[in-house]
Design a protein around this ligand. Sequence first.
Ligand code: GMT
Length: 389
Amino acid sequence: MKIGIVCYPTFGGSGVVATELGKGLADKGHQVHFITYSEPARLDAFHSNIFYHEVTFQNYALFQYAPYETALASRMVDIIKFEKLELLHVHYAIPHASAAYLAQQILKDEGIYIPFITTLHGTDITLVGKDPTYSPVVTFAINHSDGVTTVSESLKKDTFANFKITNEIEVIPNFIDFKRFTKKNKEHFRKLLAPNDEKILMHISNFRKVKRVEDVVYMFKEVRDKMDCKLLLVGDGPERNHVEAICRSIGYCDDIRFLGKQEAVEELLAIADLFVLPSESESFGLAALEAMACEVPVISSNTGGIPEININGQTGFMSDVGDIHDMAKNALYILQDDEILKKFKANALEQAKKFNIHQILPMYENYYVKVLEEASAKINEAHNFSTSI
Ligand code: GMT
């Protein structure tokens, strides 16, 4: 199949899933065309079945904001026509779904019907998308997609709860490529960061408000008050300065390291004993699943789709959003007994295996076939129209 994939090329979860999906599809022989404003962060190696098309746009003095959606839709039209794509798969509704609809309408006038699938990832529904600034367009674009998927049952529920959806929604969870995410021996690295074999807690995110990174620090303080341990904060974003100020106020600066944006998170997860994800809202929590694949148990909030991956009392623990005392108590329960820690690590890996890319990728492939079959009448009609003009 010739598939176009549109996503944010940044470190955010939706871009990571879209890129790993594209790589997995390419490994299975599909031809994958990425259409994004810069090279996706996880597109880190050449692949004969992967093509990259940059969305560029001419700015103009009249524009206060460059019309990215217009440039994106135009680029979609160009690539779909020239590369003869069969399907478009856009990740994150804003503005990708409405741009795809616009491109579809333009091409219809030229006798080409390109079905497009919208995958909803989280904040496009639970945060940004439901804001009246965007919700009318998001609702329209979801309802006019030829296929809609969400990354969790929870997000499917949220979508129907927050939008007037007339379309069906398929749940296809995020996944793990175990070629990349497996625990590696990094003892030398661990010794550098924890010279006295202290336990290591870790958080990875884009440091947006929704991640509640301050709760990671506050719960760490309560754990550190009771035992020697280290905290690694990975990633960067708008909340970083605020979190650094909190670290200085709690007096454990020597035990907290900010590592910034890291490409090879799996190398860092190899030395972690506990992953902390206290988000306000989280449609799935891909970072937590990646930790579990590296045998790291998870202390998280119980929001959104997290309970669909983190099994309370088995792969870690979940607490109400903001309950840092409960998070600290649960962290101590796991970290203070090596036998318990070992059991939770083993459980985390077993649970992560259920989301192996080799199980999830066929769900996307089958869905593509289903959407193409359901769109066949429209594809033929558009083709007949083109031969009649
Ligand atoms: O987590 C982020 O802030 C990035 C965000 C995104 O929209 O790119 O991630 C969302 O998509 C990920 C991949 O599907 C999910 O694992 C995250 O849970 C989800 N983030 C939120 O819902 C806050």
